[in-house]
Design a protein around this ligand. Structure first.
Ligand SMILES: Cc1cc2nc3c(=O)[nH]c(=O)nc-3n(C[C@H](O)[C@H](O)[C@H](O)COP(=O)(O)OP(=O)(O)OC[C@H]3O[C@@H](n4cnc5c(N)ncnc54)[C@H](O)[C@@H]3O)c2cc1C
Length: 447
């Protein structure tokens, strides 16, 4: 490879999404010359197509319970959150008032404005943000310190030399092989509810210089249940086809049985559904749930959508059913055991009304009978937004080797950090932002 073109900088950032651009801007504010590269045609990754809710849970105690990852990494998100919001405000990022989001709280920000202003900060300090650039390999010196990367752009090959390098490529959800290997064999064929470019390059680049996959088997991912089939030809469909209200509904497997505590959240229901026969489930909700939950905003400020109507309009398997007999008949047509499902639904509502302590699986959340016709029945499938396994890192965002030692010159941020969450989830943008800022602090010595 011709590496005659050499670009020198203080900080190289690989990945121009939420974590990478936030890190880059923070370092540039302190005068660092930063080079940001992205393999996609445009900057922004999943962040630019996100809802822009920068939220998390308010305490490390709650993070342990709902995020369920490495406590030290969860603490980076919780403890770093308020400084991160102060930082966004200092940059005049447009922001809503406080919102309740899932089981936490936060703000909806002008995410596109934020990402663009990060690019401006990098350029103002003499750096560059370069899309459509492939990272061939990280470059190390004779002591094993990462000193940059060999990159290829359509104008040629460039060796970028940097005091520090941040990997922020957004996870490996875009790779069917890695999904099958690290999450579940069924994950090979699930739909992608994310930018398409996060294919595990950060994991591959990091492990090639001594980094390793975070400890413990972590098959977790953040995703949601979508109708089946779902045509995801445009990111605008990601949210409207998502069945957030599964946490108030009943999910049946192909055998017509409940298989999880639906009330724990649609993101967990997606992980549970992945491991069932054909990675499909039948979601059933009644008129009460439709009125009280589906036709109310899942997140404050987002207008509700008639989920069944939207799903049916794009060819999904589902029906509005006047009776449970109709639910059973359609369930049979779609390959579910309709009679068993009908019995499960009848028993479920009776037990909720009479002896909820005998429910199995139990329900930790609100107990809602599901017996007010008409019923909505919809076949659902899990879709993935980002992965929870990733590169081992410490709470200073330093990439760690297999002995737990920092790899000099190499930092990790965003969804590339392994084990921030395990099965749970407490804000992808907040995790990316706080780890991005932490990585910038570590890189620039600004603590
Ligand atoms: C539809 C949708 C809605 C969402 N809404 C919310 C929300 O409201 N709140 C919330 O908290 N989270 C939300 N999320 C999740 C959130 O967007 C992500 O958690 C967050 O963007 C992750 O940040 P990141 O920097 O790790 O990855 P990203 O923002 O995805 O950025 C990764 C970047 O790395 C680039 N890249 C990949 N490989 C390479 C390579 N080899 N070299 C260079 N660049 C590379 C990608 O092209 C991409 O630009 C949503 C996601 C989606 C898809």
């Amino acid at each position: 490879m011709d590496t005659s073109d050499i670009l020198e900088c203080d900080l190289l950032v690989i990945g121009a999404g939420m974590a990478g651009l936030s890190a880059a801007a923070r370092a540039a504010e302190g005068g660092a010359k930063v080079v940001v590269i992205d393999k996609a045609k445009d900057i922004g990754g999943s962040a630019i197509i996100s809802g822009g809710f920068v939220w998390t849970v308010p305490s490390t105690r709650k993070m342990r319970y709902v995020g369920n990852g490495d406590p030290a990494l969860g603490a980076v998100v919780v403890d770093g959150y308020s400084d991160a919001i102060v930082w966004l405000r200092s940059r005049d990022v447009q922001m809503s008032g406080p919102h309740n989001v899932m089981y936490g709280r936060g703000y909806q920000i002008d995410i596109i404005g934020h990402l663009r202003s990060c690019v401006a900060s990098v350029e103002h300090a003499g750096g560059v943000v370069v899309p459509e650039t492939v990272t061939e390999r990280l470059v190390t010196d004779e002591h094993g310190r990462v000193i940059g990367a060999d990159t290829t752009h359509r104008d040629g090959a460039v060796r970028v030399l940097a005091n520090n390098t941040i990997i922020a490529t957004g996870g490996f959800q875009g790779s069917a092989d890695l999904r099958a290997e690290y999450i579940h064999p069924h994950a090979r064929s699930i739909p992608l509810r994310s930018n398409p470019c996060s294919t595990g390059d950060g994991l591959q680049l990091g492990t090639a210089v001594g980094g390793h996959l975070s400890d413990g088997h972590n098959p977790g991912f953040y995703g949601h249940l979508l109708c089946y089939p779902a045509s995801l030809d445009h990111p605008s469909k990601f949210a409207v086809l998502t069945q957030y209200h599964s946490e108030f509904s009943v999910l049946l497997n192909k055998q017509g049985q409940r298989f999880c505590d639906e009330s724990l959240g649609d993101h967990l229901n997606a992980q549970e559904t992945l491991t069932r026969t054909d990675a499909l489930a039948l979601l059933v909700w009644d008129q009460r749930i439709e009125e009280e939950y589906v036709m109310k905003a899942f997140v404050e400020g987002i207008p509700p959508v008639d989920k069944l109507a939207v799903a049916l309009a794009q060819g999904a398997k589902g029906a509005l059913c006047p009776t449970l007999d109709d639910v059973a008949r359609h369930a049979d047509e779609w390959g579910f055991d309709g009679a068993a499902g009908r019995a499960t639904l009848e028993r479920y509502s009776a037990v909720v009304r009479s002896a909820p302590e005998t429910l199995h699986p139990c329900i930790e959340g609100a107990l809602l009978p599901n017996d007010k016709p008409p019923y909505r029945a919809l076949v659902v499938q899990p879709a993935i937004t980002f992965t929870h396994a990733g590169l081992a890192a410490d709470d200073r965002a330093r990439a760690l080797d297999s002995r737990g030692q920092p790899i000099p010159g190499l930092l990790v941020a965003g969804a590339d950090v392994g084990n921030t969450f395990r099965r749970g989830y407490a804000g992808g943008l907040a995790a990316a932002l706080t780890f991005g800022l932490r990585a910038a602090q570590t890189a620039t010595g600004d603590r």
